[in-house]
Design a protein around this ligand. Structure first.
Ligand code: IPM
Ligand code: MN
Length: 358
């Protein structure tokens, strides 16, 4: 058997540790069933650690996790810590330092899961958002003039580089080709108002498109994208967009696929270390109650296995999740599942073990 994969685990705050525990259960079951080994190093950074020590993301932790094969993150965010401190100091710092320039977020309605969209079925809601993850409004570029005075000016700049835009768009075309479904890539932008930034995006998009004649190209403004996601989500196969728009439309995406309990994402550096997370946050009011749905974290584990090349095991996890959602789980919302967090993990572990080789 080949060497074990090293997984850096950051359970984080709130319900992060509870859902990460279930993700690890399923990773272990998949590893055992499909014949590979995983080794974990756990880092207890997050709000609690910050309040106790004043440390946010120590350099030593950054150095260690950057040596891992992948990172599995629960959630960061603590009610007693000012908004932004942990988000910028941990989550965004990891994304930027590790140059995880893709944020991959599947929006998939599974059978047995209720969507708020009337008359839409799993056949209609199955697309992937590729969000640029290293630039745009997220770089922290900007500043104040005369802060706190009536003449205050606040500037927050969207940074879009040809290199950054192109590598994201290229990844999206390649992903769309590999996904091999409708083979349609939609650029989501705002070319009618953001005439500098999205001019660069649009020119780059159609230039790169020439290398992918098998992929159909499509464009939608971000406001219209929101409309289509609700009205005709079947229009989409793969969407590529900038950091801020991608943040916003993927929360909408999470809702149409059933809720935060089932929404996972990957922060990907295609030639480096990638990080996988449930996208729902730390849900402080559910902490320690075993009420939160671990499926988003389990689907993050699935994305992680796909990323390290264990595609059969990844499919094993997804099939097990599909079976649990179809046959067992009543409602994917916290507290309404008909099972505890741990019981959902156990169900899925059983299905992983029992369906191997089928
Ligand atoms: C997300 C989150 C983060 C983001 C926050 C917590 C900084 O909303 O992963 O979508 O805006 O990217
Ligand atoms: Mn978000």
């Amino acid at each position: 058997m080949s060497r074990p994969y090293h997984i850096a685990v950051i359970p984080g705050d709130g319900t992060g540790p509870e859902v990460v525990a279930e993700g690890i259960k399923t990773l272990d079951a998949a590893a055992e069933t499909y014949g590979f080994k995983l080794q974990y190093s756990t880092y207890s950074i997050g709000g609690e650690h910050y309040l106790k020590t004043g440390e946010i993301l120590p350099d030593s932790v950054l150095a260690n996790v950057s040596q891992a094969d992948a990172i599995f993150l629960g959630a960061v965010g603590h009610p007693d810590v000012k908004p932004g401190v942990l988000e910028k100091g941990i989550l965004l710092k990891l994304r930027f330092e590790l140059d995880q320039y893709i944020n991959l977020r599947p929006v998939k309605l599974y059978e047995g899961v209720a969507t708020p969209l009337k008359n839409k079925t799993p056949a209609d809601i199955d697309f992937v958002v590729i969000r640029e993850n290293s630039e745009g409004l997220y770089t922290g570029s900007g500043g104040y003039l005369k802060r706190g005075t009536p003449d205050e000016v606040a500037i927050q700049e969207s940074i879009n580089t040809r290199k950054g835009v192109e590598r994201c768009i290229r990844y999206a075309f390649e992903y769309c080709r590999k996904r091999n479904r409708a083979k349609k890539l939609t650029l989501c932008g705002k070319t009618n108002v953001l005439t500098y930034a999205f001019d660069l995006w649009e020119r780059t998009f159609y230039e790169v498109a020439k290398e992918f004649p098998d992929i159909q190209t499509d464009y939608a403004h971000v406001d219209a994208t929101c409309m289509w996601m609700v009205k005709n989500p079947e229009r989409f196969d793969v969407i590529v967009t900038d950091n801020m728009f991608g943040d916003i439309i993927t929360d909408l995406g999470a809702m149409i696929q059933g809720g935060m309990g089932v929404a996972a994402g990957g922060n990907i550096n295609p030639s480096g270390v990638s990080m996988f997370e449930p996208i729902g946050g730390s849900a402080p009011r559910y902490t320690g109650k075993q009420m939160i749905n671990p499926i988003a974290a389990i689907l993050a584990a699935q994305l992680l296995l796909e990323n390290i090349g264990e595609t059969r095991a990844a499919a094993g996890i997804e099939n097990a999740v599909m079976k649990a959602l179809r046959d067992d789980i009543q409602d994917v919302s916290a507290g309404k599942m008909g099972y505890t967090t741990g019981q959902v993990g156990d169900l899925i572990v059983n299905y992983i073990r029992n369906s191997a080789g089928v």
